[in-house]
Design a protein around this ligand. Structure first.
Ligand SMILES: Nc1ncnc2c1ncn2[C@@H]1O[C@H](COP(=O)(O)OP(=O)(O)O)[C@@H](O)[C@H]1O
Ligand SMILES: [Mg+2]
Length: 132
């Protein structure tokens, strides 16, 4: 992360400890784990005139676990929250990405991008849209 750090709140997820009768065998959501996540982009390069770009490291060595329920990704603006969410949802260019995201301990299926999603949220005090 270039301008701060992303904190991932994994200690208190919102899953209820009490299950209604008969739900014991049902799936209650997936566990997402991420291992050694690095993400970088190249800025300013131009293949035509062989100008090399500069590499900007967006995410550096992120590791953690998200259990079913409510999880939070917290950090200052520019710390990499949206980039990290994109990585979890398989929406980043694999070229600048390394590390692993596992769903219940298995690799994401090839169509994971179609199975996952998130909602963009509008700031109340500005005209800008932002990904949380
Ligand atoms: N494609 C990109 N090219 C250059 N810089 C980027 C790109 N994507 C993200 N960044 C930079 O990475 C940092 C993290 O961005 P972002 O993930 O949007 O943070 P947050 O969601 O926490 O505000 C910012 O400095 C942003 O400018
Ligand atoms: Mg964001």
């Amino acid at each position: 992360m270039s301008e701060g750090r992303v904190a991932i709140d994994m200690g208190t997820n919102g899953a209820s400890k009490h299950q209604p009768a008969g739900l014991g065998q049902q799936r209650r959501g997936a566990t997402v784990s991420f291992h050694n996540i690095d993400y970088k982009v190249t800025i300013g390069g131009n293949c035509l005139c062989r100008k090399k770009g500069t590499i900007k490291e967006i995410l550096i060595d992120l590791n953690g676990l998200m259990k079913p329920g409510l999880n939070a990704i917290m950090g200052a603006t520019g710390s990499g929250k949206s980039s990290f969410l994109d990585v979890l949802a398989a929406r980043k260019d694999p070229a600048g990405l390394s590390g692993e995201v596992l769903i219940d301990g298995a690799h994401q299926p090839p169509n994971f991008k179609c199975l996952s999603g998130y909602v963009v949220q509008r700031h109340h005090d500005s005209d800008q849209w932002d990904l949380w």
